[in-house]
Design a protein around this ligand. Structure first.
Ligand code: GLV
Ligand code: MN
Ligand code: MN
Length: 413
C-alpha cells in the first residue's frame, strides 16, 4: 500500500489548534472545558466530519471518530491522545497524537485501504491534571477506574464541580455510560512527542515504547499560625511556609535517596497564605509529583515523603492534611503491538529505539483494557511542558506514517 502523509494538512491542523489558546504564542494554555478547549474541539469535530468519520461524544467530552470496518462487530483498533495544555505549555504535547491519528485515518482512506476491524480516533478529555488535580480523567473514567460518584466529587481550585464544568460545556450525557463495554477495543496505539532527549541524542526518528512509568501525586496542606511579622518573636512562630519549604527539600532528598535515576519527584505547586509581606504564613499547600518505572521504589518514596511530613510538622508545631491524589501502577506495553510497530519501522526503513516513557499518557489506562503501545517522535532538546517545546513537521509525518501502517496491520490482525 502506498501511503502518503499530507504534512501540509498536519501542519495546518497543528497551527489551528495552537491558535485556540489563552497564552501568547508560542506558548499554549488550554484548560479542559475552557473557551479555547471548546473552540479546539469544534475545529476537530469539523475535521472528523470532513474525513467522513462517525463521531460520538460521551458525558465527559471524550470524542470518538470511527471509520467502520468490514467486520464492525469485532473490537475496534483505536489511536488518539489529548488536546488540553497546562499553563504556558507548548503546541505539540498531546495534539500530535490527535491530529496524527486523524491524518493516519485520512491517509489510509486516500490510499484505498479497507479496514476489517473499525479504526477510531479518540480525543481524551483532560489528560493534564491542571483543572481538577487528577490527570487522565477521560481515560480513567472510560476504563472504569473512576466511578461516576468519584467524578461527581471532583472540584477545581475554586470549588466548581466537574459536573458543572462539563454540563456547561455541553456534555450532558450521563456519567454512568462513560465506562466502555468490556472488549470494546482490540488494540490501542498512541503517537506522542518523546518529551525527553533520547531520540534526538541517538539521532533516531522513532521510539517504540515498551513501558510507562508509574505516576503518583500528593497534596499536603500545612496549617500554622499567622501573626505580625514585626512583633511575633522567632522562637514563638508556627510558620507554615517554612514547614513546606523543608518538606519540598525532603521530597528532593527522598527521590535522590533511592540512588536510581529512574526516580523523580517534583513539588510543582506551593502556595501560601495570607500572602502579605508583613504577616507570618499560616497556610501552605504543596502538590507533589512522584514517578518511577519501579512501583515498589515509587511507593517507598511516597512513604518517605509521608514520614517527613509528619516529622517536620511535629517539630515545627504545625498541623497538616495529606491526600493521595493518585498512585497508579506502571504499564507494560503489549509485546505483539510493540512487535507490529517495530516491523512497520523496519519495513518502511525508519530506525527506532525501544524505550520507556517517563511521562504518563492515556495509554497508561488504555493498557489495562486492551493491548496497547506507543510511538514516540523526537522532541528538540528533550523540552516539554514549556512554550519552546518543538518537534519537526517531517518527523511528525514519519511518526504518522508508522502509526497509519500499524493501524492498518492491527485492523486485519
Ligand atoms: C503528562 O502530562 C505528564 O505529566 O506526564
Ligand atoms: Mn503533558
Ligand atoms: Mn501528553
Amino acid at each position: 500500500m502506498e501511503l502518503i502523509i499530507d504534512a501540509q494538512a498536519l501542519g495546518a491542523d497543528l497551527d489551528a489548534l495552537a491558535a485556540y489558546s489563552d497564552d501568547e504564542p508560542p506558548g499554549v494554555t488550554r484548560l479542559v472545558y475552557g473557551p479555547a478547549d471548546l473552540r479546539a474541539r469544534a475545529y476537530l469535530r469539523q475535521q472528523c466530519d470532513e474525513a467522513g468519520l462517525v463521531v460520538r461524544e460521551d458525558g465527559l467530552g471524550n470524542l470518538f471518530a470511527r471509520w467502520p470496518g468490514s467486520d464492525p462487530d469485532l473490537p475496534a483498533v483505536a489511536s488518539g491522545s489529548h488536546i488540553d495544555a497546562l499553563p504556558h505549555a507548548g503546541r505539540f504535547d498531546g495534539t500530535v497524537g490527535v491530529v496524527g491519528a486523524l491524518e493516519a485515518l485520512r491517509a489510509l482512506r486516500r490510499a484505498g485501504f479497507q479496514p476489517r476491524r473499525s479504526l477510531e480516533m479518540i480525543l481524551f478529555t483532560s489528560e493534564e491534571p491542571t483543572r481538577f488535580g487528577l490527570g487522565c480523567l477521560g481515560s480513567r473514567a472510560m476504563i472504569g477506574a473512576l466511578t461516576p460518584d468519584q467524578l461527581r466529587q471532583l472540584r477545581d481550585g475554586q470549588g466548581r464541580s466537574l459536573d458543572e464544568w462539563r454540563t456547561s460545556a455541553g456534555f450532558t450525557a450521563p456519567l454512568e455510560v462513560v465506562a466502555l463495554a468490556p472488549g470494546a477495543y482490540g488494540a490501542f496505539v498512541e503517537l506522542h512527542i518523546e518529551q525527553g532527549p533520547l531520540l534526538e541524542v541517538e539521532g533516531l526518528p522513532i521510539g517504540v515504547v515498551r513501558a510507562i512509568a508509574a505516576p503518583a501525586a500528593l497534596r499536603v496542606v500545612i496549617r500554622g499560625q499567622s501573626g505580625h511579622a514585626g512583633s511575633v518573636l522567632m522562637l514563638e512562630r508556627r510558620d507554615a511556609l517554612l514547614a513546606g519549604a523543608e518538606l519540598a527539600l525532603a521530597v528532593e532528598a527522598a527521590a535522590l535517596g533511592t540512588g536510581s535515576r529512574d526516580t523523580v519527584a517534583t513539588t510543582g505547586i506551593f502556595t501560601i497564605g495570607p500572602g502579605a509581606v508583613n504577616a507570618i504564613p499560616n497556610v501552605a499547600t504543596l502538590e507533589i509529583d512522584v514517578r518511577d518505572i519501579d512501583l515498589e521504589r515509587r511507593d517507598q518514596v511516597l512513604q518517605a515523603i509521608k514520614a517527613s511530613t509528619e516529622a517536620i510538622c511535629a517539630r515545627r508545631h504545625v498541623t497538616y492534611d495529606l491526600i493521595e491524589l493518585n498512585a497508579d501502577p506502571p504499564a507494560t506495553c503489549d509485546p505483539a503491538v510493540v512487535e507490529t510497530i517495530i516491523k512497520v519501522c523496519d519495513r518502511i526503513g525508519l530506525p527506532r529505539l525501544i524505550m520507556i516513557s517517563r511521562a504518563y499518557h492515556d495509554s497508561l489506562f488504555m493498557a489495562r483494557i486492551c493491548p496497547t503501545a506507543m510511538i514516540f517522535i523526537p522532541s528538540r532538546g528533550g523540552i516539554s511542558h514549556r512554550s519552546d517545546e518543538y518537534s519537526d513537521l517531517d518527523q511528525i509525518g514519519q511518526g504518522v506514517a508508522v502509526l497509519a501502517h500499524s493501524l492498518a496491520a492491527l485492523s486485519h490482525a
